[in-house]
Design a protein. Structure first.
Length: 514
């Protein structure tokens, strides 16, 4: 049997096991009775062991050794050496590259470190929940300190050429460097702060009608109609409810989403559904030839977010979209939306208001929340900022970037779960998603000059088709940087996102000049 064939067989088994594990997690988040927690943890731990065996065993290293001089070393700049008579396609090469990445990651980290990180993160999350509830940062501080030390150690094991943070960022956004993100965010920061200031000085839209109760059963009806109209195929997915909305892939033809409903939050459920549909459409759109392999998923968290945010904000919060959907929403909520016309509705769902909480932030201020976290976590990892000084640094940045200062740490430094999970280098991917999305939108607009007219008629199929052809079908064959380069002809660039916001919000808030 050829090495490639054997490696594909092991990968297939690992993927099947990962999908079994994902099914168990999905069940845990949606329907599992509380009493099943311990047994489920044991099941997951067994599955993770089996997956590890198929992705990181000595045999995998031997097989990779057919193309790589040292499978434990970094991916060679000149690519892999091809063995006699072997004709490797773009997909084969990507497969070997991603197998190597997975293998190297696993064998670079000592078992002791992996175990310590998992145990610390799990206990730290409990402490974080309590610390947030009691508004007591000092309770979380020793855990945060330990997680920072473990992350530095992880970075050192994985290796990096610039700064330590590079290795952490690379886990979520492969191939993107800290220096590149720093540059891009510095320019984004300046533009956004200025735009937010101009918006704050303008006349604010009236969104009061959104604050009344909208009965949940009717919300469900509307969400399900929108979800299927966007092209989410219920023969290959389903929507359930969970405390925190998510998308999960359980197989090539089974990508599920969840949402949450609250009578008082019509738009929250709706836009979170559209967001998750965006993630699901990406995973469902990967090419046939990648099915069942590790290439059959989103190429990076940033590109994944570009898909969810394009659907949620650039399509879902656009005027053409509501030209079609508002009449239907008014049919479902006749008394609630009696006197609301398209203009008023459109302005209300795009209201910009600097706020303390990231997950409630609007499209304009959202990236500022991310830039702030990026700057702080870099300083924590490098040692320039101590955990003791973190709450103060948080308040200062919040004032500089958003113009608001939290009264409590619960509403400030303790609001997000990421650091308590030991995830450093994750936050920037959210803002990168906005930037990629705007870069893609520009090109899509050039290729499909009439796409807004279709959207206004309730037809988003041309958009989905464009995303499938240019992005989805490649799965992980092409990296984020390669996709951006191939689609736009240039590198990551914040200018299209800034231009998109300036245009949309300049009109919406009737800003002068700009
Ligand atoms: Zn998302």
């Amino acid at each position: 049997m050829s090495a490639l064939k054997e490696l594909r067989g092991l990968d297939r088994e690992a993927r099947l096991l990962e999908h079994v594990a994902a099914t168990m997690s999905w069940d845990q988040e949606t329907y599992m009775p509380e009493g099943a927690v311990d047994e489920r943890a044991a099941q997951q731990s067994l599955l993770q062991g089996l997956i590890h065996e198929r992705t990181s065993s000595q045999r995998v290293g031997e097989l990779l050794g057919r193309w790589l001089h040292d499978p434990r070393a970094q991916w060679p700049a000149q690519g892999v050496s091809r063995t006699d008579g072997e004709d490797l396609s773009e997909v084969d090469l990507a497969f070997i590259r991603e197998k190597h990445r997975q293998y190297r990651h696993a064998v670079s980290l000592p078992e002791r470190l992996v175990r310590e990180m998992a145990e610390t993160a799990s206990r730290s999350q409990n402490e974080w929940v309590l610390a947030r509830k009691e508004n007591d940062f000092s309770r979380f501080k020793p855990w945060l300190e330990k997680l920072i030390i473990l992350n530095r150690e992880t970075a050192d094991c994985l290796g990096y050429s610039g700064v330590r943070y590079d290795a952490l960022l690379d886990q979520y956004e492969p191939g993107v460097s800290t220096a590149e993100v720093k540059d891009v965010f510095a320019s984004l920061r300046k533009s956004l702060v200025s735009l937010v200031q101009r918006i704050s000085a303008a006349e604010q839209p009236d969104g009061s009608f959104l604050e009344q109760p909208f009965p949940v059963p009717q919300q469900v009806t509307f969400n399900e109609e929108v979800m299927t109209a966007l092209g989410y195929d219920l023969r290959r997915g389903r929507m359930d409810r969970s405390a925190h909305p998510f998308t999960t892939t359980l197989g090539s033809d089974d990508v599920r989403i969840t949402t949450r409903y609250d009578e008082k939050l019509l738009t929250s459920a709706l836009f979170s559904t559209i967001h998750e549909v965006g993630h699901a459409l990406y995973e469902l759109g990967v090419g046939e030839e990648l099915r069942g392999t590790l290439l059959a998923e989103g190429t990076s968290l940033g590109i994944h977010e570009s898909q969810s945010r394009m659907w949620e904000n650039m399509i879902g919060r656009s005027k053409p979209f509501w030209q079609h959907w508002l009449p239907r929403l008014q049919q479902i909520f006749p008394s609630e939306l009696k006197n609301v016309d398209l203009e008023r509705f459109y302005r209300a769902i795009n209201r910009v208001a600097p706020s303390l909480i990231r997950v409630e932030a609007d499209e304009v201020t959202y990236s500022l929340h991310i830039i702030m976290r990026f700057e702080l976590e870099q300083a924590l990892i490098s040692g320039d900022l101590s955990t003791g000084d973190l709450p103060g640094a948080w308040r200062e940045k919040s004032r500089d970037l958003l113009g608001v200062v939290p009264d409590t740490d619960a509403q400030g430094v303790l609001q997000d779960v990421h650091w308590s999970m030991g995830a450093f280098g994750y936050f920037p991917t959210y803002a990168l998603g906005n930037l990629y999305a705007a870069q893609f939108l520009n090109v899509m607009e050039r290729d499909l000059p009439l796409f807004r007219e279709s959207v206004a008629q309730g037809n988003t199929a041309p958009v989905l088709d464009w995303l499938r052809r240019n992005i989805h079908r490649y799965g992980r064959v092409r990296s984020a940087a390669e996709l951006v380069q191939q689609i736009t002809g240039g590198p990551l660039d914040p200018a299209p996102f800034v231009a998109y916001l300036e245009k949309k919000y300049g009109e919406l808030y009737r800003l002068q000049g700009g």
